[in-house]
Design a protein around this ligand. Structure first.
Ligand code: A3P
Length: 297
């Protein structure tokens, strides 16, 4: 059974999600969730399909843009990915190859054939403090958002794991479990902070994981086109009319409010000392057994 969860705290902070089989999902997921997930489970996958999986605000669109250039051999900007989460499977089925999908769900919700090794899967993770800031500011720019309220209210819901797609920690642990148990070699794990540090080497590794071969100048061109600065400019210059329509529907901004600062450590401008100390205590406790070490600056 899918359940609507709506919560308003004493300060008026409001959160709306859908819960199914113990996990939280964004309210956009169609209907009772169950039917959509069942159709996704049985979706026909092609060898050149790519899935970009992440907790929200971890760099999904960044990885999508790099992947689209590597899959097509063209360094042009092609808009936003099709999310498995809320697009009808009939639409996803009809997309031309190479198809690039994104999702904020975890491995268990990928189509069965992808879990069995067909297509390629990128998983991108980012430190939870920058994710929090990015997600909060993104939600404030949407005309209709599942959360509304103050930064303080957001931090409280977020640290309690009550957020769109649930807890950042749980999502990371789910992927760590997949990494330890999944025997297929079609999943590559990326860390946002590492990509920021040396994008060319990541672009090169991603190409080799996808099984595509390019000369160094093309890989350098992709790297250059996918730096934050160039992407923001390109997106404004090359935006397609259908994307512009979509942006107007969701936000009053000129560009999709996805591209904000693209930095490591912006959380320092938003977390108070007390919020930071409280979050560090939770982080240290929860991450004790994790193999992932995130950089926060
Ligand atoms: P900020 O809000 O911190 O700027 P997602 O695509 O998963 O929604 O993630 C959005 C975050 O990724 C935003 O973070 C956005 O600016 C950042 N991002 C997008 N493109 C990027 C790029 N080329 N380099 C670095 N960060 C990028």
């Amino acid at each position: 059974m899918c359940e609507w969860i709506e919560e308003t705290d004493s300060e008026g902070n409001y959160l709306k999600t859908k819960k199914y089989e113990g996990k939280l999902y964004v309210s956009l997921i169609p209907g009772n969730i169950k039917d959509h997930l069942e159709r996704l489970e049985n979706m026909e996958i092609r060898d050149d399909d790519t899935f970009i999986m992440s907790y929200p605000k971890s760099g999904t669109h960044w990885v999508f843009t790099i992947t689209s250039m590597l899959r097509t051999g063209k360094s042009s900007y092609i808009g936003s990915p099709h999310f498995l989460d809320y697009n009808d499977v009939d639409i996803l089925d009809k997309l031309p190859s190479p198809r690039l999908f994104a999702s904020h769900m975890t491995f268990d919700r990928l189509p069965r054939q992808a879990r069995e090794g067909k297509g390629k899967v990128f998983v991108v993770s980012r430190n939870p403090k920058d994710v929090a800031v990015s997600l909060y500011l993104f939600l404030t720019k949407l005309k209709k958002a599942d959360f509304s309220g103050s930064w303080e209210g957001f931090v409280k819901f977020y640290t309690e794991g009550k957020m769109l797609y649930g807890s950042w920690f749980q999502t990371l642990f789910d992927w760590e479990k997949t990494k330890a148990t999944n025997k297929e070699d079609n999943v590559m794990y990326l860390i946002y902070e590492d990509m920021k540090q040396d994008l060319l080497s990541y672009v090169t590794k991603m190409a080799s994981f996808l099984g595509v071969t390019y000369d160094k100048p093309f890989l350098e061109e992709v790297t250059d086109r996918c730096t934050f600065k160039t992407m923001v400019k390109t997106i404004i210059d090359e935006i397609k009319p259908q994307d512009q329509d979509f942006i107007h529907k969701v936000s009053d901004e000129k560009k999709l409010p996805i591209y904000r600062k693209g930095e490591v450590g912006d959380w320092k401008n938003h977390f108070t000392v007390a919020q930071n100390e409280a979050f560090d205590r939770i982080y240290d406790g929860k991450m004790r057994d994790s193999k992932c070490k995130f950089r926060f600056e």
